[in-house]
Design a protein around this ligand. Structure first.
Ligand code: PLP
Length: 400
């Protein structure tokens, strides 16, 4: 790739502009040949060379593709990072990060992570002699002691966590990580770059399942990595090209389309989730609901941290009923679709112990509070009243 300028898409730099302006424009200037305002889907695997090795900046689409490149610039911009990399799934992005590690490395992780991340480390990477220890990151002293006691090569956290929505102090954890010279990776999927920017809080690498809020319409699987460090970026880009888990040009385009409305959707998710939280609190007062997990739960330590480090509480809520009939509850709803995943415009309901977190052994799950009765909601952007009426059907089914 000798000319390095790429094709004729003008990639503007909107760094000084507000979030929505960047989300709509950054990396996505009009295409120069035709003036197309929407980035074309460059469905090509290879590129014409004028002489062997002489290209217009692209030689093979696993290495680089203009539509994916537009997405990668946009991803970097919305997460306020210098670099972005797009992957074919969130798990592919996490796997690429794990490939920065060598055999014999140890990862310290929060004990409440997506079941797929748990599976990757405990059932795949263990075969490559990469170890993981999971602890509760709510207690900063526990992390400090752990890092003093043993050598770790990476810290991996989610905040808020999946599915218990624990909120960890990213800036404080980053301070501890830096003191011990360990890289901090934050999975920011639940917040989206609109609500929280871990790089600004001191994280070294941010990872997303773009399948969720960034894509936002339950129509594409994807992953992203954003970061500021050019050396780690080059390593990850090398891993991306070497292992090949890249998104297709069409998947890149549809993810870009999602990004343009991310701020509008996130505002609606936050508003609806807050109203549903209030509704569930009323059910709690009546004795129908046992526990509610929500970053916006006033008076909790998690809420204090959330208010400091994020610009909203997001659209995820989990709760348990004062009944063993969580399954019946989940089956009684119409608007809340019973399904895995989250972050789409449509509301979803699931039972983590039976679905997203089934892979974690039952005893371990229960010790962490992921009981069979825990229900997780991904609150969509439908009319609030309709969502509440739908939940009411569940309460009627279980409690009469
Ligand atoms: N990280 C979190 C927090 C998730 O919830 C998920 C999936 O649910 C992933 C990563 C994995 O993403 P994907 O399903 O796109 O591979």
């Amino acid at each position: 790739m000798d000319e390095g300028k790429g094709i004729s898409l003008s990639h503007n730099d909107f760094k000084g502009k507000g979030f929505t302006t960047r989300a709509i424009h950054d990396g996505q200037g009009a295409e120069e040949h035709t003036g197309a305002v929407s980035i074309p889907v460059f469905l090509t695997s290879t590129y014409k060379q004028t002489s062997p090795g002489k290209t217009k900046g692209y030689d093979y689409s696993r290495t680089a593709n203009p539509t994916r490149e537009a997405l990668e610039k946009s991803l970097a911009s919305i997460e306020r990072g210098s670099y972005g990399l797009a992957f074919s799934s969130g798990m592919a992005a996490i796997t690429a990060i794990s490939m920065l590690l060598k055999s014999g490395s140890m990862v310290l992780s929060s004990d409440d992570v997506y079941g797929g991340t748990y599976r990757l480390f405990n059932m795949v990477l263990n075969n490559f002699n990469v170890g993981i220890k999971m602890v509760d990151f709510s207690n900063l002293q526990v992390i400090e002691k752990e890092l003093e006691k043993s050598k770790y090569d990476m810290i991996l956290i989610e905040s808020p966590t999946n599915p218990l929505l624990k909120v960890y102090d990213i800036a404080a954890i980053s301070g501890i990580a830096k003191k011990h010279n360990v890289k901090l990776v934050v999975d920011n999927t639940f917040m989206s770059p609109y609500l929280q920017n871990p790089l600004d809080l001191g994280a070294d690498i941010v990872v997303h399942s773009t399948t969720k809020y960034i894509g936002g319409h339950s129509d594409v699987i994807g992953g992203a990595i954003m970061l500021n460090d050019s050396v780690i970026y080059e390593k990850l880009k090398f891993i991306q090209n070497s292992t090949g888990a890249v998104p297709s040009p069409f998947d890149s385009w549809i993810t870009l389309r999602g990004i343009k409305t991310l701020s509008l959707r996130m505002k609606a998710h936050c508003e609806n989730a807050m109203q549903i939280f209030t509704y569930l609190m009323e059910k709690k007062e009546k004795g129908l609901v046992d526990k509610i997990h929500f970053p916006g739960y006033p008076g909790t330590e998690y809420n204090k941290i959330q208010s400091r480090q994020a610009r909203g509480n997001g659209g995820m809520i989990s709760f348990s009923l004062n009944s063993s009939k969580a399954r019946e509850f989940s089956e009684a709803l119409d608007l809340f679709t019973l399904g895995e995943s989250l972050g789409g415009v449509e509301s979803l309901i699931e039972i983590p112990a039976l679905m997203t977190h089934l892979v974690i052994p039952k005893a371990e799950r229960e010790a962490r509070g992921i009981t069979d009765g825990l229900i997780r909601l991904s609150v969509g952007i439908e009319e609030t009243e309709d969502l509440i009426n739908d939940l009411e059907k569940g309460f009627k089914k279980v409690f009469g």
